[in-house]
Design a protein around this ligand. Sequence first.
Ligand SMILES: Nc1ncnc2c1ncn2[C@@H]1O[C@H](COP(=O)(O)OP(=O)(O)OP(=O)(O)O)[C@@H](O)[C@H]1O
Length: 256
Amino acid sequence: MPAFTIRSLDKVYPGAPPVHALSNISFSVEEGEFIVLLGASGCGKSTLLEILAGLQQPSAGSARFRDKPIAGPGGELGVVFQDASLYPWRTVAANVGLGLELRGLEKEQSRRLVDEHLSLVGLDGFGDKFPHQISGGMKQRAGIARALVGDPDVLLMDEPFGAVDYVTRNKLQEDLIRIWQQRRKTIVFVTHDVGEAVFLADRIVLLSPRPGRIAEIVTLDLPRPRQRGEIELLQREARIYDALRALEPAQTATVA
Ligand SMILES: Nc1ncnc2c1ncn2[C@@H]1O[C@H](COP(=O)(O)OP(=O)(O)OP(=O)(O)O)[C@@H](O)[C@H]1O
């Protein structure tokens, strides 16, 4: 049974005029798969991820998790946004452990889990720091630890590395693949960066803009670990980039 099954899904945001964000979206996500939603700004990637997270409802069609309609945010799902949104008055460890605290987990067990997950994301020794004392990349690591600490089966990630520098982003991508392989999670990851998509994904769902439709689903049957600069990876990246360019509305040439 797939983790997610999306059938003929439409999303319209009401308003004057209404915004038709997604149209006729159908695809599934298998358990353990790494799916990337890729497309230009405004093509509905975040809307689709929010529907999977239970934070938005479809206007038509269906979105199911393990064959049940997605009714609202649930414990099987961990969500990571572009902005790690840590509470500034809590230490890194207290941010990571917040969900455990709310669940009433015993203190010692909670501390052990927090330490284990800080270590998993490479934040050993940073638990006592406050968010303003750590870098943007470290905040994203803390956000990932917070999403993972409750051991969800699925991670939903909305451009989590969009705001960090190139080298840090590459390192975060490599660490995410390591964690995904070690922990056997299902991941749905939103990006508009083709290189990031090709490095990470088992399959890429390529969305076209206004309204967002599935233009193509690309399977990346490339061996892992993937090496940046590998010719096959670069060829795939170039082909997907061309496909993405072709989806953009035609530009009218202007003469100065
Ligand atoms: N809450 C909302 N109310 C009304 N319109 C919305 C809302 N959220 C998103 N939209 C509109 O829906 C469309 C899709 O937005 P969405 O954020 O899902 O796209 P995206 O591909 O994630 O974009 P980006 O890459 O820029 O984040 C856009 O036209 C956006 O303005």
